[in-house]
Design a protein around this ligand. Structure first.
Ligand code: ADP
Ligand code: PAZ
Ligand code: K
Length: 246
């Protein structure tokens, strides 16, 4: 089995693939290293013969995680590192090492699908948008707060906005005017996020022409996957990780 890990700022996504089949035998999203070790130990035990990881966390935190995983699984953990080009994509950042590795691998994974001009959206702690032209040239991108950050800022910087997430009973994509604080905040934040994505799609023609693919991934992808032309690919980062660490 191969263990793959995508360490974002909120969750450590993981999945275990069969070595020969490439099929997903197990997967999860852990909020802490302790949870991760418990979840993985409970699932695969000694079957893991390889591990590969991508992280946007600090080097020290990532080093500690890799060491812990090596202790528990008895395998070295291969880590995806920044590169100027990979899988036909050319990194468009002035300093390629500055580009978030999750963004980089999501683009690399997405480009393998149709090798066409594309927009890649990742809705996680932050919402990132990256543009790649039909030649695989990364034009750059955008970073904005994810829904949890938008909500959290209101809760922590105002005196009268305070409710628990359990109070959020409506479906996650209601945008009618809110008639209580919870609805007003949840729907306001949702519209900000959807408006950001829609305006990105509207302006992208200028950079990519009219015919570009739109791929979306990330824990909050359900908030926008009804927007026309958006193709939801939950494992984009893992697809890129397999190219970075074959
Ligand atoms: N188990 C969960 N508990 C709470 N929120 C979750 C969970 N899974 C996904 N989410 C949602 O997904 C978002 C995190 O998505 P993710 O792509 O994992 O972020 P990151 O890559 O930044 O760690 C959160 O903002 C939250 O809205
Ligand atoms: C923008 C990000 C924080 C997104 O991370 P995530 O929301 O997945 O936790 C991450 O890609 C990152 O740390 N990037 C480095 C800065 C940059 O990409 O310019
Ligand atoms: K992410």
């Amino acid at each position: 089995m191969i263990l793959e890990l995508d360490c974002g700022n909120s969750f450590i996504k993981w999945r275990v693939l069969g070595i020969d089949t490439g099929l997903v035998a197990a997967q999860g999203a852990s909020a802490s290293v302790v949870d991760l070790v418990n979840e993985i130990s409970g699932v695969v035990g000694a079957d893991v013969i390889r591990a590969r990881l991508v992280s946007v966390r600090g080097d020290r935190e990532t080093d500690e995680l890799c060491l812990r995983l090596s202790e528990v699984l008895g395998v070295d953990v291969e880590r995806a590192s920044p590169s100027i080009q990979l899988g036909g994509v050319i990194n468009g950042y002035v300093d390629h090492r500055q580009l978030g590795m999750d963004r980089w691998l999501a683009m690399v994974g997405a480009f393998q699908l149709k090798r066409n001009a594309m927009m890649v959206i990742d809705l996680g702690t932050a919402v990132t948008v990256d543009l790649v032209d039909s030649q695989g040239m990364h034009l750059g991108g955008y970073i904005s707060p994810g829904i949890a950050l938008l909500r959290h800022q209101l809760h922590t910087h105002t005196r009268r906005i305070s409710y628990s997430l359990e109070d959020i009973t409506t479906s996650r994509r209601v945008t009618a005017p809110g008639r209580c604080t919870t609805e007003a905040v949840e729907r306001g934040c949702l519209l900000m996020l959807r408006g950001f994505v829609s305006s990105q799609i509207l302006q992208a023609d200028e950079y990519l022409g009219a015919e570009f693919e739109i791929y979306a991934t990330g824990g909050d992808v359900a908030l926008i996957n009804d927007i026309p032309r958006i193709q939801c690919i939950p494992d984009l980062v893992f697809r890129g990780l397999a190219i970075a660490c074959p």
